[in-house]
Write a protein that binds this ligand. Sequence first.
Ligand code: ADP
Ligand code: MG
Length: 246
Amino acid sequence: MEQKNIKVHVANLKKSFGKLEVLKDISMDIEEGEVVVLLGPSGSGKSTFLRCLNQLEVATDGTIIVDGFNVTDKHVDINKVRENIGMVFQHFNLFPHMSVIENIMLAPVELKKMTKEEAREKSMQLLTRVGMEAKADAYPPQLSGGQKQRVAIARALAMNPDIMLFDEPTSALDPEMVGEVLEVMKELARGGMTMVVVTHEIGFAREVANRIVFMDGGYIVEQGTPEEVLKNPKEARTIDFLNKVL
Ligand code: ADP
Ligand code: MG
């Protein structure tokens, strides 16, 4: 039998902030090359889940293994884990005083993964990939929101991650800029990147996701293919949510 390569293994993950239990019992395996779209109402713990995967939040209980690294082991070298995980946020978090290409080169050079020359060449390739090569020497404040987000994606790719996490990457964009960012994400998915994407872009989910996971109240309520979850949702909470966003 073909052995599937599990990139992310989450078992019985719990996360509380003080008395507030946000993630109550989440288990999920993600295979290499899989694109998982996380849906759920605001406050359901989607961002917290993503942030637990690279220990931006420390899990309260349960196990998370990413690329063979036990993230929930307190002795883990978390920087090693993070090198393999690229993250793109709603707000781009680019350094405004650094040019586009300097933003992208920063991590590989600082972490001594590449020489400056190598990083510059790699960054130009990434900028070409996201259609931003002409803006290499521009500064973030000169860019549109869609352009900034494409640069942020290139920056996240600069460390050669093999997993990419996206937390509502298009939610802060003007509507006319959403498409260009989703297009870059689709291209990444086609290239075989393992991706976990929190988004309300149902069209993207339908077209690109291998699996849709609907979260509510700290649990996974329902999951399946886009066909299953979007066309034939079984749970009342999923139906209610889809009625609001579709
Ligand atoms: P979602 O991304 O699905 O909207 P979040 O993961 O951002 O949900 O938040 C889930 C819940 O956890 C919310 O009630 C939020 O207020 C709370 N929460 C998130 N981060 C923190 C934090 N650092 N401290 C306290 N509460 C938090
Ligand atoms: Mg969120």
